[in-house]
Design a protein around this ligand. Structure first.
Ligand code: ZN
Length: 437
């Protein structure tokens, strides 16, 4: 596309050629140089079109297309007034060869890049605290792994809603906040490796730019371009005591059909931060028939809806970055299993333990990022950083073995779980529950 080609080549041709080299193209007499045209206004839809163009080949972590996307996002961050953090725009990580996903997606050893832009706070004290706004920019590349289209291997999965939309919204929010800097420092992070198991956000949490203890909240934008019937979902709404009132009061102006619900664990990057004890929100315009298929294209983005969600989320981030006091984190017990499960968990999936696996590593067992509040795992005494090596009479070398072990049990079974915690090995007993929460 022409627009994309122009964005890829911001340097004028003449700047790349030796002086006089263009003379051969012109026969007319020399004219005074014209004033340069005003810089074109780049809209959010331009950003979405660029990121989801076929040329970027679906932005698979570690691919050339993902690198082009990362470079583009860094340039856009700079244009709207952000500064590089951590000595540059990129925080790089290597996909562990033993990561559960590495063998399926053939990405072991590849390098992912988080793009991080900084907006320093103006308040002399509160600028030492940060609010993180995040969105993953990686997608499924040429299908195969992660695709819901069975015969789409080799076809570009453009991922316009998932998650060029969230990446573009990061830029919009940054642009707005940069024009009137809030009290606290705001970090904008475009994560890679999300589709492979939250790899980029897990890496950030282990290597934060600012201490996580001074990170007061993380707001995640994942799939925000398909607003329908004014229905806006905000997960994690109970992970800080102050969130429900804040969301409600903002929504009084916007009039969304707001579904504010859930604990902080969900299938996106906010989980990494919630496991680290931070209040989180995930803004989401819900699943649709193009989710993880080759048809998730920019033409289907609802630009008016996108604008409303961007304005609403800008309000949320501004309020968080300016509020006088910090938030009160809440460790949320998930609700009982809903009667109409929205996550298509197949029946007979097995018993429920409530662990959140760390997908970025395989230390000879399943390392836990955390456990859900009130879950059988928590009741049994499991916690983040524990490594599960055995469930009942089954060895647990990896996540697949753990899934198999839980499938082989029934809700209500009591099982002995062997874990490694630091240098010691411990056995706990868990009474398994019903999956679906
Ligand atoms: Zn996805």
């Amino acid at each position: 596309m022409l627009r994309s080609a122009r964005l890829l080549l911001p340097i004028a041709l003449s700047a790349l050629l030796p002086a006089g080299a263009l003379a051969q193209f012109g026969t007319s007499p020399a004219r005074p140089p014209a004033a340069p045209p005003p810089a074109p206004v780049i809209t959010a839809l331009d950003d979405i079109r660029f990121l989801s163009a076929d040329a970027l080949a679906g932005r698979m972590t570690g691919s050339a297309g993902a690198d082009t996307a990362a470079a583009y996002l860094a340039r856009r961050f700079q244009e709207v007034g952000l500064q590089p953090a951590a000595g540059g725009w990129f925080q790089t990580f290597t996909v562990a060869k033993q990561a559960p996903v590495a063998q399926h997606a053939h990405v072991g050893g590849l390098m992912g890049k988080n793009v991080i832009g900084l907006l320093p706070g103006h308040d002399p004290i509160r600028r030492n605290e940060t609010v993180i706004v995040g969105a993953h920019y990686d997608h499924l590349g040429l299908g195969g792994f992660g695709s819901l289209d069975p015969d789409s291997t080799g076809k570009v999965h453009n991922g316009a809603d998932d998650n060029a939309s969230g990446s573009a919204m990061l830029i919009q929010i940054a642009q707005h906040l940069a024009q009137s800097r809030p009290a606290r420092t705001v970090l904008f992070i475009a994560f890679s490796g999300e589709e492979l198991g939250l790899l980029g956000s897990a890496y950030y949490v282990k290597h934060p730019i600012y201490p996580l203890t001074s990170t007061i909240a993380m707001v995640n934008l994942d799939m925000v371009g398909r607003l329908r019937d004014r229905r806006l979902i905000v997960y994690g709404a109970r992970t800080a005591k102050e969130f429900p009132a804040l969301l409600d009061s903002l929504n009084w102006h916007f009039g969304f059909d707001l579904k504010a619900r859930g604990d902080g664990y969900g299938p996106s990057d906010q989980s990494s931060f919630y496991a680290a004890g931070r209040p989180v929100l995930h803004v989401f315009t819900d699943l649709h028939e193009d989710y993880h298929r080759t048809t998730d294209d920019w033409q289907k983005i609802d630009t008016a809806g996108f604008r409303k969600v961007a304005d609403f989320t800008t309000g949320v981030v501004t309020a968080l970055a300016n509020r006088p006091s910090r938030l009160t984190p809440v460790d949320v017990t998930p609700p009982p299993p809903p009667s109409t499960a929205s996550n298509n968990t197949p029946q007979g999936y097995g018993a429920y333990l409530g662990t959140i696996p760390d997908m970025s590593d395989n230390p000879g067992g399943v390392r836990l990022l955390g456990v859900r509040a009130g879950s059988p795992a928590e009741v049994a005494g499991l916690r983040g950083d524990d490594i599960i090596t055995r469930i009942g009479d089954m060895e647990i070398p990896d996540l697949q073995a753990m899934t198999d072990a839980l499938r082989s049990h029934q809700p209500g079974d009591s099982v002995q779980i062997v874990i490694r915690r630091g240098t010691t090995s411990t056995t706990v007993t868990a009474r398994l529950g019903t999956r679906g929460g």
